[in-house]
Design a protein around this ligand. Structure first.
Ligand SMILES: Nc1ncnc2c1ncn2[C@@H]1O[C@H](COP(=O)(O)OP(=O)(O)O)[C@@H](O)[C@H]1O
Ligand SMILES: [Mg+2]
Length: 250
């Protein structure tokens, strides 16, 4: 069985179908970019992996364990240590220092204070912000805030990191910086990355696999170069931003 495996997952909000017999397999160490039109369910799909949204039917396996069998929040705690998510916007707590922001997720795991301090410093050095440890978020640039958000997410040394539009709102140079940081962090952690992004240059730079989500299912899966030449003009059109090939309704 694959490291991460969505099996026949259904999810709807009232009449709005998000996933219908959704299947996706991800192997350890991959960097999978999930792409697709806005509102198609990319965020919902990754949130199901950390138990923030429950599927209506089907199974989601992580390292041999069926996550859908975990019902209570406490049961999910060990999984949340192993799978981290960088939320869209990656908002920091404005009233907390950078240190406390990064320490936040770790505190649930009751580490000794010395170990907590070491972990926070290590993660901040990984994102190149050790000197900002006592700063408040308002003193940081947008790119720096995103880097603190990454440090916070990886504080527990997760095996899988989920990134929800990690470069949204950044200029092209800071976008490349964040993508390179995602690659560097993955190398250090020996982790698996799932990245929701609209930015095709970022997909080209970082993905080992691309999953194109549309109408409740993965419509295409493969390396970016293959998807750009996909037989389905809809997939090709989306990736090459050619509206004449797609019929996405906006
Ligand atoms: N908790 C929720 N309750 C109701 N509807 C939701 C919830 N979360 C997401 N949705 C809806 O599901 C659809 C897909 O959302 P989302 O996964 O955020 O799309 P995207 O592909 O842009 O990330 C949207 O129409 C959104 O409004
Ligand atoms: Mg989203």
């Amino acid at each position: 069985m694959s490291y991460i495996s969505y099996r026949h997952v259904d999810k709807a909000f009232g009449p709005q179908v998000i996933c219908r017999d959704f299947n996706l397999d991800i192997e350890k160490g991959e960097r999978v970019c999930i792409i697709g039109p806005s509102g198609v369910g990319k965020t919902v799909t990754i949130k199901m992996l950390i138990g923030l949204i429950d599927p209506d039917a089907g199974e989601i396996y992580f390292d041999g364990q069926n996550l859908c069998a975990l019902r209570r929040d406490e049961d999910f705690l060990p999984v949340r240590k192993r799978i981290a998510m960088v939320f869209q916007g990656a908002a920091l707590f404005d009233s907390m220092t950078v240190f406390d922001n990064v320490a936040y997720g770790l505190r649930k795991f009751n580490l000794p204070e010395g170990e907590l301090q070491d972990k926070v410093e290590e993660k901040l050095s990984w994102v190149g912000l050790k000197e900002a440890i006592d700063k408040m978020p308002e003193e940081l640039s947008g790119g720096m805030k995103k880097r603190v958000g990454l440090a916070r997410a990886i504080a527990t040394d997760p095996e899988v990191v989920l990134y929800d539009e990690p470069t949204a709102g950044l200029d092209p140079i800071n976008t490349v910086r964040i993508v390179d940081l995602i690659l560097a962090l993955q190398e250090r952690l020996k982790s698996t990355a799932i990245v929701v992004t609209h930015d095709i240059p970022s997909v080209i730079r970082m993905s080992t696999q691309v999953a194109f989500l549309y109408q409740g299912q993965i419509r295409a899966l493969g390396p970016i170069r293959e998807l750009m030449e996909h037989s389905d003009p809809f997939v090709r059109g989306f990736l090459t931003a050619d509206p004449s090939l797609t019929d996405i309704l906006v």
